[in-house]
Ligand binder design. Structure first.
Ligand code: PLP
Length: 385
């Protein structure tokens, strides 16, 4: 099987599992317990936090472990907006981009439904980018928070985060970025990026599902969403997932160590793959930004097919990919991300996303490109499946 769906999830890396193993077995203590087992777990958690902080260029106290990217996004959007509203009820707007993951978009809609916020959606251009002008146009004195993702999960477009964050900062508005897809590929130095909050998910990086991180700058107040024993400095109660935190920290450190080499290598492989697919499939269109894009994502529309049929045919040929984002899979409606890029519904229905981890090989991608050519030809011959 050639697995080209790494933006959905990745396997746990051996080094990550080995680092986690002690905390799932012999060193199984609760970090809040006052005995040696508990203290050993607390030390492991502190080490994992310090390691994540080093990767993000922040202080350990600014790192909150969560149950994944979705919770990190919820905590950032709802937690920061609610804390700001509590301090000043006039602050009642949130700004998100038109291509956010549902974890951000639905958090903003929740604030609208239950807490009296208005949601301002910043449009993107046809490549999926938010321009500083478009963001500047929607910022108001009442804006509680801006949330714009670092890199998009469906088309791979990378946002000009440093510029966008600077615009919000000039107006004293906290800026959150969902870096779930960017982690492992792009610089995550939170100081250089100038962001106030940033989300990461473990399972996109070779750690298990169900662990994530939210960085929140210390001066930014956050209302907790999960109440209880006050773990994670009161930001997120619940007994910590020690093994998950160790796994995420190990995976993040590993991916950062490999990043420089793999970024250039995988970008070159992706470019070859894109050219091979475009020449194998007449009429194919690459979606997203031509250059400001993740090394790991190539997504296309194949007019005259349905994305689902191409997906099935590719799987029959041993290539696994996605017809859009995993979260939207199975839904009949065209992807809101592709719609926001101005792609008509009938073309958006033909979208297929290929996404790679940093272990992808030239041989696999050459075989996959050939399979795409024959899969699209068969689906078209059957009349759009
Ligand atoms: N944000 C983005 C951009 C994603 O791609 C995903 C997962 O696909 C998430 C958030 C949610 O992360 P998790 O699966 O860890 O909840």
């Amino acid at each position: 099987m050639i697995f080209l769906d790494a933006a959905a999830t990745t396997p746990v890396r051996r080094e990550v599992l080995e680092a986690m193993w002690p905390y799932l077995t012999g060193e199984f203590g609760n970090p809040s317990s006052h005995h040696t087992l508990g203290e050993s777990a607390a030390r492991a958690l502190a080490d994992a936090r310090a390691s994540v902080a080093a990767a993000l260029g922040c202080r350990p106290g600014e790192v909150t472990f969560t149950s994944g990217g979705t919770e990190a996004d919820n905590l950032a959007v709802k937690g920061i907006a609610l804390a700001r509203q509590a301090a000043d009820p006039a602050v009642n707007r949130v700004v998100i981009s038109a291509v956010e993951h549902p974890a951000v978009e639905e958090s903003a809609r929740y604030l609208e439904r239950f807490h009296g916020f208005s949601v301002d959606v910043v449009p993107v251009d046809s490549y999926g980018q938010v321009t500083p002008k478009a963001l500047g146009d929607v910022l108001r004195p009442e804006t509680a928070l801006v949330s714009v993702m670092y890199a998009n999960n469906e088309v791979g477009t990378v946002q000009p985060i440093t510029e966008l964050a600077a615009l919000a900062r000039e107006r004293g508005i906290p800026f959150h970025t969902d870096a779930v897809q960017a982690a492992g590929w792009l610089a995550l130095d939170t100081k250089a990026l100038g962001v106030d909050a940033l989300s990461i998910s473990g399972h996109k990086l070779g750690a298990p599902k169900g662990c994530g991180v939210l960085f929140v700058r210390s001066r930014t107040r956050t209302e907790p969403l999960i109440h209880g024993g006050g773990q994670e400095r009161g930001r997120r109660s619940g007994t910590e997932n020690v093994a998950g935190a160790v796994g995420l920290a190990t995976a993040l450190a590993l991916s950062q160590a490999r990043q420089q080499d793999q970024q250039a290598r995988v970008t070159a492989l992706r470019d070859n793959f894109v050219s091979a697919v475009l020449s194998a499939v007449p009429g194919a269109v690459l979606t997203g930004h031509p250059t400001d894009r993740l090394p790991s994502v190539a997504s296309f529309c194949f007019p005259g097919t349905s994305g689902e049929s191409v997906l099935l045919e590719l799987e029959r040929q041993g290539v696994v990919c996605s017809s859009g984002s995993a979260c939207a899979a199975g839904s009949e409606a065209p992807s809101p991300v592709l719609t926001a890029l101005g792609i008509p519904a009938e073309v958006a229905q033909t979208a297929v996303r290929f996404s790679f981890d940093s272990y992808v090989t030239a041989e696999d991608l050459a075989a996959a490109a050939a399979a795409v050519g024959s899969a699209v030809t068969s689906v078209r011959a059957l009349g759009a499946g």
